[in-house]
Every structure is written in C-alpha cells, then in structure tokens.
Design a protein around this ligand. Structure first.
Ligand code: ADP
Ligand code: 5GP
Length: 216
C-alpha cells in the first residue's frame, strides 16, 4: 500500500539496548531504513564507515553545521553527532520509513521541526542493569562508562515527552512492543486514508488532503 514515509525517532541512555533493538527491527520491516548519522567519535572495533556512521573530523562536522546541512545535531558524551537533511530527504522521496537513533537533544529539535515524526524512548530496567550492559559490551573505557551512566540519570527524565516508552528488560518482549508501535503507526487513519480515499470516495479533512507532503 502506498503512503508517505514515517520518521521514527528512537532515543535511550547509552547501553539500554537501542542499537540491538533497532537492528532487529530493521531486519523485520523491509520498508524501514536506518538513518546513518555523522559523528566525530572514533570508530569502534567492528563499526563500518558509511553504514554504522559517517565518521568525520571535527573540522568537517563544523563545516556541515555552518552550511546548514543538518536536520538536527548535538554534542553527546564529548563528541558531535548529526542527521543530514539530505539523508532524510532521500528516504522520504523514496517513500521509505526511516529510523533515527539519536539523543534527546536532537530528538527535541526534530519534535519542533518534523511534524508527524514518532518519538520512542527505550529505558533499561534499572541503573544496575545499565552498568552491567555497558561493562559487558566491552567497547568503552571505564571513565567513558562512568560519564555515560552519569548522563543517563539526566537523560531518562526526557522520556516524559516521548510518544512511547519501551522498557528493554527482556529483548524479545521489548522487540514485540517496538514492532507493535511500527505497525500501529503505519495504520494511522491520516497516513492510510489519502492512499485509498479516491477508491472509496472517503472525504478527507482539508489539512490531510492537502498537507500530506509535510506530514510524514
Ligand atoms: P545502546 O545502543 O543503547 O548503547 P546496545 O544495543 O549496544 O546499547 O546494548 C548494550 C549491551 O547490552 C550490548 O552488549 C547488548 O548485547 C546488551 N543488551 C541489549 N539488550 C539487552 C537485554 N534486553 N538484556 C540483556 N542484555 C542486553
Ligand atoms: P554511540 O557513541 O554509543 O554510538 O552514541 C552515543 C549517543 O549519540 C547515543 O545516544 C546516540 O543515540 C546518539 N546519536 C547517534 N547519532 C546521533 C545523531 O545523528 N544525532 C544526535 N543528536 N544524536 C546521535
């Protein structure tokens, strides 16, 4: 069925399991694409440039900010991260749904500028479990882990303004919940009706019939 692409914005404190859950979600929904962000953070072992992130220098990142190339960007844990406008435009033009894994500061920017986007916050079951996951992942130095846990206690408060909150206690259960969100958002009347209204002669409210292009 033809409909406009949906922008899903997913945030979580580092170590909550966002990357793990989002990878599984993208495997399940052929229409859902991962937005590849730009970052100045050094590449971790196993990460690939252009598919996990576009890894760029601080100078290149600043130049992109100055040129207005980002839909949102933020400094997180001492590094810069951003979503290029071009990345979102490419997927939207193709009618694909796009999944952004970004921090709360970036999500708050999109809340203002991207009407129709869907905001999902992933919580770990608790702080002790969060620490265990960060240590178990074995990708960050102890001082980096401490900084991420300190930030987490502030970040979790942002969950209050998101559309959905998923507690990632058991991975399969949390994934089911996320799947439910993606399916339900795709079935929203305002997204489905424009594609079938003509066939069934269903009248659309003026804003929906005319403004769909800007309502992802
Ligand atoms: P994030 O992207 O939010 O920083 P990751 O997806 O890298 O987090 O997950 C952090 C660590 O926790 C990884 O080692 C991952 O395998 C593990 N993990 C993710 N979800 C769960 C879960 N529900 N239960 C136990 N461990 C998990
Ligand atoms: P990591 O270094 O663990 O990959 O990511 C650290 C944090 O940066 C995570 O909270 C992640 O969601 C966030 N992040 C990744 N890409 C972007 C982005 O493009 N914009 C913003 N604002 N945050 C991002």
């Amino acid at each position: 069925m033809k409909r406009n692409g949906i922008v899903f914005v997913v945030s979580a404190p580092s170590g909550a399991g966002k990357t793990t859950l989002c990878k599984e979600l993208i495997d399940l929904f052929p229409r859902l694409r991962h937005s590849v962000s730009y970052t100045t953070r050094p590449r971790r072992q196993g990460e690939r440039d252009g598919s996990d992130y576009h890894f760029v220098t601080a100078e290149r990142f600043s130049a992109m900010v100055a040129a207005g190339e980002f839909a949102e960007w933020a400094e997180v844990h001492g590094n810069c991260y951003g979503t290029a406008i071009q990345t979102l435009d490419d997927w939207r033009a193709a009618g694909e749904d796009v999944l952004l894994e970004i921090d709360c500061q970036g999500a708050a920017q999109l809340k203002r500028t991207c009407p129709g986007a869907v905001f999902v916050f992933i919580l770990p079951p608790g702080f002790a479990e969060l620490r265990q996951r960060l240590e178990g992942r074995d990708t960050d130095a102890p001082e980096v882990i401490e900084r991420r846990i300190a930030n987490a206690s502030i970040e979790v408060r942002e969950a209050a303004w998101y559309d959905y909150v998923v507690v990632n206690d058991e991975l399969p259960r949390a994934l089911e919940e996320l799947k439910g969100i993606v399916v339900a958002e795709g079935a929203r009347a305002r997204r489905v009706l424009p594609g079938v209204a003509e066939e069934f002669r269903i009248p659309l409210p003026a804003a929906d019939s005319g403004g769909q292009g800007s309502q992802p």
